[in-house]
Design a protein around this ligand. Structure first.
Ligand code: TXA
Ligand code: MG
Length: 324
C-alpha cells in the first residue's frame, strides 16, 4: 500500500524518514510531482528506475533545499551563481561539472561527469528537502514515457502500490517541468524548455544554444527521447478542424464540432495553459478511450514564453512511439 501523506509537519517528517531509510516517496513541486529517492543510496536509486520502468541511461535531477547544498555536489561558475541567485528556488535545473568526492550515486548521474541540480520553490518540497538534508533524486513521478503527474491522484494512478508514499502537496502551480540549462561547457545550452522561459535566461546570460530538436539529444541531454509524455491515444498537432472521432485539446475559443473538449486556457493565457497541460492530456485520454475516440487533436499554441515548453511537450506526445 502506498501511504498518502498530508503536507503538514507530521507528513513531511514521515516522508523524510522513509526517504532516509531508502524508500521511494513522491512529492509535489511547483512544476510536476517527482518520485524521490535518496540520491546517495545506490539501492534506492536502482529501485526508483525499476518503479518507473525507466531506461538506465537517463540521468536524474538532484533536488536541494538551497543553492549552498547543491554546490556541495557540483562546481558552479559565475554564470551558475548568477542564474541561481535569480531563479532559485524555482523551475530551473542546472547541469554542471560533478564535484570530485560528491556522494551522489553514480547510477543517479548515469555515470556522467556532470550532474543536474535544482532547488524547487514549492514550500512543502523545500521543507522536505531541509529535513532530509541529503540530495534527493527525483524524476517526474510517472511510468517511463507517460504523462507527468500534476496531482497526488495522478501519482497514485501511475505508481500506487509500487512506492512507499506520496506527499500530497496539492496541484502543481507551473505544470510543466523545469527548464534544463547546461552550463558545463562554454555556450549555455537549453536542453529542455520549461518553467523558466528561454527569454528570461537569455536576458541574464546572452544568447543560448538550443539542443537539436526532436530526437534523443545524447550525449548532452540523454533521455530526452522524442516520444515522451505520451497518452495512449495518438495526438495530432496544429489542429485547425476537429473530426468526429477526435477529442479536442483547445487553446482559446474551441473549434466548433468537438464533443469531448478540454480547454487549456479560454483566455489564451500561457501560464494557465502550462499548468493545465498534463491534466488535459490525461482527461482527454481517459474520456476519449471511454467514448471510443481515436485521437486527440491539439489546437496551436503560440511559441513564445511558456509556449516553448508547452509545444515541446505536445510534440513529444505526438511523436512516433519507439519500442518500449
Ligand atoms: O521539473 C522537473 O524538473 C521535475 C521535478 C520533479 O523536479 N523533474 C524532472 O525529472 O522532470 P526528469 O528525470 O523527468 O527529467 C530530467 C531531465 C532529463 O531529460 C535528463 O536527460 C536531464 O534532465 N538530465 C539529467 N541529468 C543530466 C545531465 N547530467 N546532463 C544532461 N541532461 C541531464
Ligand atoms: Mg519525466
Amino acid at each position: 500500500m502506498t501511504e498518502r501523506l498530508a503536507a503538514d509537519s507530521a507528513g513531511i517528517d514521515r516522508a523524510a524518514a522513509l526517504l532516509c531509510a531508502g524508500a521511494l516517496v513522491a512529492f509535489g513541486t511547483e512544476t510536476v510531482y517527482g518520485l524521490g529517492a535518496d540520491a546517495t543510496d545506490d539501492r534506492a536509486v536502482a529501485a526508483l528506475f525499476a518503479a518507473k520502468g525507466r531506461p538506465r541511461f537517463n540521468p536524474l535531477i538532484c533536488h536541494y533545499a538551497d543553492a549552498e547544498a547543491a554546490w556541495r555536489d557540483v562546481v558552479p561558475d559565475e554564470r551558475a551563481r548568477r542564474v541561481a541567485a535569480t531563479f532559485w528556488p524555482g523551475p530551473l535545473t542546472l547541469v554542471l561539472p560533478r564535484r570530485a568526492g560528491s556522494g551522489v550515486s553514480l547510477l543517479a548521474g548515469a555515470g556522467l561527469d556532470t550532474l543536474a541540480v535544482r532547488v524547487p520553490a514549492h514550500p512543502a518540497a523545500r521543507a522536505l528537502l531541509r529535513v532530509v538534508a541529503r540530495p534527493v533524486a527525483a524524476p517526474s513521478a510517472n511510468r517511463s514515457g507517460g504523462v507527468s503527474p500534476t496531482s497526488a491522484a495522478h501519482v497514485l494512478a501511475e505508481l500506487g502500490g509500487r512506492i512507499a508514499a506520496v506527499l500530497d502537496c496539492g496541484p502543481c502551480r507551473v505544470g510543466v517541468e523545469s527548464t534544463v540549462l547546461d552550463l558545463s561547457a562554454a555556450p549555455p545550452v537549453l536542453l529542455r524548455p520549461g518553467g523558466i522561459t528561454a527569454e528570461a535566461l537569455a536576458a541574464l546570460l546572452g544568447p543560448l544554444a538550443t539542443a537539436p530538436a526532436g530526437d534523443c539529444v545524447a550525449p548532452r541531454g540523454p533521455g530526452l527521447l522524442a516520444s515522451h509524455y505520451a497518452p495512449s491515444l495518438p495526438v495530432r498537432l496544429e489542429a485547425a478542424t476537429v473530426a468526429e472521432d477526435e477529442a479536442l485539446l483547445a487553446f482559446g475559443p474551441a473549434l466548433p464540432g468537438a464533443g469531448t473538449v478540454f480547454n487549456l486556457s479560454e483566455a489564451e493565457d500561457l501560464a494557465e495553459a502550462a499548468a493545465r497541460l498534463f491534466a488535459g492530456l490525461r482527461t482527454l485520454d481517459a474520456e476519449g478511450v471511454w467514448r471510443g475516440l481515436r485521437r486527440i487533436a491539439a489546437m496551436p499554441v503560440p511559441a513564445h514564453g511558456l509556449g516553448a515548453a508547452i509545444n515541446d511537450r505536445l510534440r513529444r506526445a505526438a511523436a512516433p512511439r519507439g519500442p518500449g
